[in-house]
Design a protein around this ligand. Structure first.
Ligand code: 5GP
Ligand code: MN
Length: 365
């Protein structure tokens, strides 16, 4: 595997981590497979080094049920459940690693704590991410928007660290739990290798992970074939009752109110993938999914006076960016074909905003 990470950044990472006794790993709100995989993969690797360092992972909000099987997922600290412990761990850390997010806003209320810790305690911070436009808050930045997943970047970093001269501490092969976690994120962020998945070196990494012992069929089953009946019914309801098609612009919109979510006993992760479904319709190239969400205390600075929040997800195909739309209309952003944003107010207003703006951004042909 040819190395793509800058050697001085790898060396600086080795220096920071070899001096740290308490490492904290942070990842984004509503953690997905790549967020959990990159954090847990790193943790399993660091724990295998035999150093005295303790490693903790803090996530802003709970991970979905279909990721609960991941090795040591149950040790992850959830900020929305235990803010005091999260703050304590962060303040006490002597190195922070941020994975799979590009700006402090993406970790909700933890963002404020992180910035305060970095400013007041000068805790060294390493960012490993594949989103555009990383904010300037970390000391070492591995930012590769062209990388399909953060897990792939973590794999590359671990490879480089394990071969680094002068740091025998890191000279360990990847263990099976770490490999399984990294494979999970590579799989989920490419839709089981169905998009962002044309680079040959990605399969070299998959091959390396399978060689370590990853059971990729079992990972697929754990993640994708683990639905509740309520989740299946929610998807059926969305497609049958709630999908609005705008044929001239090749677009589809689905939105769900809190009342509808409640009816289907909505749990974190149940909406995962709904936004992708309309793209399976011939001639649909843009898809938007909106759902009402709770306003967390962590969101209050962003929420203004509103008690209501709408989470927006968008997907598109080919040369049809949705990140510009999300940025301009919903104060968000993301990748060209997968973006998101937020709206503070009633969902009907968010739908209205969508309807007023799509023609300015979407291609007719
Ligand atoms: P998802 O639709 O899976 O929640 O998010 C898809 C992608 O859109 C994420 O990987 C992230 O890059 C981006 N994204 C989602 N929500 C937001 C948001 O509120 N703000 C920004 N800047 N990006 C977002
Ligand atoms: Mn990711």
């Amino acid at each position: 595997m040819t190395s793509i990470l800058p050697m001085d950044s790898v060396r600086e990472t080795a220096r920071i981590l070899s001096n740290a006794r308490k490492v904290v790993i942070l990842t984004h709100i509503a953690p997905d497979g790549d967020a959990m995989g990159s954090s847990l993969g790193l943790m399993h690797y660091l724990q295998s080094l035999g150093s005295a360092a303790s490693v903790s992972i803090i996530v802003p909000t709970l991970y979905p049920d279909f990721l609960a099987w991941m090795p040591q997922a149950d040790t992850v600290v959830v900020y929305e459940k235990d803010a005091a412990l999260s703050n304590h761990l962060l303040q006490d850390a002597d190195a922070v690693i941020c994975t799979d997010f590009n700006e402090p806003k993406r970790i909700g209320g933890l963002g404020g704590c992180l910035l305060a810790v970095l400013q007041t305690r000068h805790t060294p911070c390493i960012l490993i991410d594949h989103h555009l436009h990383p904010a300037d808050f970390a000391d070492v930045v591995f930012s590769y928007p062209e990388s399909p997943s953060s897990c792939e970047l973590v794999y590359r970093l671990i490879c480089d660290l394990s071969q680094l001269a002068g740091y025998p501490l890191f000279n360990r092969p990847l263990n099976l739990p770490a490999a399984t976690c990294l494979y999970t994120g590579m799989m989920t962020d490419t839709g089981n290798f169905s998009f962002n998945s044309n680079r040959a070196d990605m399969y070299e990494i998959v091959s390396g992970l399978v060689r370590v012992g990853v059971n990729k069929d079992a990972v697929y089953n754990s993640v994708f074939n683990a639905w509740s009946a309520d989740r299946m019914r929610l998807v059926g309801y969305c497609l049958y009752k709630k999908m609005i098609i705008i044929p001239e612009y090749h677009a589809a919109l689905i939105f769900l109110t809190r009342k509808e979510l409640y009816r289907f006993n909505f749990r974190s992760g149940d909406a995962e993938g709904i936004v992708n479904m309309p793209l399976q319709i011939r001639d649909i190239c843009y898809s938007c999914f909106m759902r009402e969400d709770k306003v967390m205390p962590a969101d209050i600075p962003f929420a203004g006076g509103s008690r209501r929040k709408v989470k927006i997800s968008m997907r598109s195909q080919g040369d049809r960016p949705v990140n510009e739309f999300c940025h301009s209309v919903f104060n968000g952003g993301g990748h060209m074909n997968a973006s998101g944003g937020e709206f503070y107010g009633p969902i009907e207003q968010a739908v209205e905003l969508f309807m007023q703006n799509y023609a300015k951004f979407f291609l007719k042909e």
